[in-house]
Every structure is written in C-alpha cells, then in structure tokens.
Design a binder for this molecule. Sequence first.
Ligand SMILES: Nc1ncnc2c1ncn2[C@@H]1O[C@H](COP(=O)(O)OP(=O)(O)OP(=O)(O)O)[C@@H](O)[C@H]1O
Ligand SMILES: [Mg+2]
Length: 354
Amino acid sequence: MAKLEIQNLVKQYRSDVIPVNNISLSVEDGEFLTLLGPSGCGKSTLLRLIAGLETATKGKVIIGNRNVNNIAPGERNIAMVFQSYALYPHMTAAENIITALKLKKMPAEEINRRLTQAATTLELTNLLDRKPGKMSGGQRQRVALARALVRDPEVFLLDEPLSNLDALLREQVRSQMKQLFKAQNKPVVYVTHDQTEAMTLSSRVAVLYKGEVQQLDTPSRIYFHPANEFVASFVGSPQMNLFTLQHQDNTVKLGENTIPFNRDNFSGKSIVLGMRPEHINLGKPENMKAVKGNIMLIEELGKEKLVSVKLNNSEIIIRALLSIQNLQEGDPIHLALSPKKFHWFDVSTGQRIN
Ligand SMILES: Nc1ncnc2c1ncn2[C@@H]1O[C@H](COP(=O)(O)OP(=O)(O)OP(=O)(O)O)[C@@H](O)[C@H]1O
Ligand SMILES: [Mg+2]
C-alpha cells in the first residue's frame, strides 16, 4: 500500500472549470514526486486537495491506509510549504518553526530537540531569534522548510517553494532540499513549473496539462521518451523542434530532404516529427545526409549557441544547439540530424508513435 494514494480525483468549480480532472497516482515513502506543468494546469489545486484545503468533487485521498476525504487539514498529518513562506511576522524564526508543536502540547524537551536538529540541518542556528522581516528570502524559505520538518508528518507537500529566490540561491536550496528529503524517507509531492527543478529533484514527474496527467514517469523517460506532443514541447530547453509533415511512401519530406519512416498506416496523413536542438550537430558538406540551409539567427547561450537555420527551398526553420565560432547570420550551413533520436507523434491525437 502506497503511503499517499489519490484515486480518480476531480475538482470542478463551474461546469467549464475543472482544474483537476480524474487524477490517480500514488507516492511511496522516500519518493519525490513532482507535479510539473504550465500556469493554471491545476498543480496547486491538486496539492490543496491532498492537504484538505479544498474539498474534492469526486475521488479519494488516502494517506497510509486512511481515507482522509472527511478529515480536516489539521488532522491529516501532512506538512505543507508555500511559495509565499506564510511565516508569522511578529514571531521569531524559532517561534515560527515550533508553533504547531506547541499547539499540539508536545513536551518542551522534544520540541527543543526537533528545533535544534532542523535548525542545524538548514543552517538556521544563528537566525533563530530573528523575525522574518529581517531575513532574506532564502532564509525565510529555510525557516518555512524547518517548520515542515519538525512536524515529522506522514506526507510533505511543497508548492513552488523556491520560486521567490534568485537563480543562484534557488540552486543552493535545491540541492540542500534533495538531501534533506532523502533523509526523511517520506512521500514528497512538489509543485513547480520549472522543469530544471522537476528534473533534478524528482524520483518521478507527473506532467499536468488542463487538469490531466499527460505522463507520469522518471525524469529521464520524460525527456527521452515523451508520451505526447505536449510533454515533448513542454520539457526540454531550448524547446524541441516540432514539424508537421506529410507522410507518403514510408517517408516524410523535410524541405528538400527525404526522411524514412516505415509506417503504412500513416500513408497520406500528416505526422509530427520532433527533434531536440541538442541532438542536431554541425554537418559536413561531403555528408550526403546533411541538410542544407542558411543561418537566420544566432542566440548566445554561453558555451553554445542556439542557431536558427532556414532550410533551402522551404519555410522550415530548425533550431540547433551548436558550438560554432566562425559562422554568422546569413551564412550557409550544413546540419547533421540524428534519426535515432527523432520523436514521432500522431497529428490527430498528439500521442507518441513508437
Ligand atoms: N476557487 C476557485 N474558483 C474558480 N476557479 C479556480 C479556483 N481556484 C483555481 N481555479 C482555477 O483552476 C485552474 C487551476 O488553478 P491552479 O491554481 O491549480 O493552477 P496552477 O497549476 O497551480 O497554476 P500556477 O502555476 O499559476 O500556480 C485555474 O484555471 C484557476 O483559475
Ligand atoms: Mg499554483
């Protein structure tokens, strides 16, 4: 039995607003599951349903072996961390961290033990007497994490806890968090729209769109084997190139180039070909298979450049991640594609064709 299980969960506000539409998933002890998706796809609503801050229209939330549908948030034995930290401004860091334990009338000795341990883990020992107004965003977020940790809940829920931090701090807290939750060995459900966070932190990722799970898989499966066109376009930066092409005689035409794709049942239909910019290389003119075009745009990304290439005699523009030095916008270029790394999708359903 999974520690956290969600069965056919639905949340409907009006007939046309269904932020969570029949979602089922389970999270084991020690598993870090991320809900990843664009703004408005239902991530926070799903988390709030698990926490009991929203009432489900249909479906079940099970924690341990207990159906908690009719159990108040405070009795569900979960700890939630919010993007906004939600700290009490008039309390010190220490008071903020232990307030829930005091309410539970936990013995002072145990409260102190937990406070010391969490403060040490999150490097807050020197800040415990300070009020939130005199702390940085990163420090406040660590206090909010400490407050969740000391409660020793059955499940941790985190809603975009790092999104108010600057990029550098986000990276630091991210790696701290990974170790922290590993040591807890509890189910963690983490919400983000940041794919780097999702990929680096998670054991599994649920990609959400329009209230539905598009794919629930390991980060590497999501990247290398996206289940549909939405997942393919949402995960990966720079974004995957996606071209809708006509399938004929077991081939498609990409500009002047013929690409084999042996699927009789798609003959005469449109089909979507996806290729990631990082899987396209600079081609050699003598390579017959290299595709030819002209550089439209070069975007500097530090080590590499994102190069937009318009294929000869077509309107197709391919974006490739290359480390070119001497080429400029307007120059002709050859690109080497990697057919083994192509992704194919059914144009009518968006589903992956294997
Ligand atoms: N109380 C409510 N009444 C009506 N609609 C709501 C309510 N709460 C949320 N919604 C709608 O449900 C949808 C999902 O909202 P939700 O907050 O879960 O999105 P999200 O994925 O967390 O987005 P973000 O990344 O912007 O936080 C949105 O379209 C939102 O407008
Ligand atoms: Mg949200």
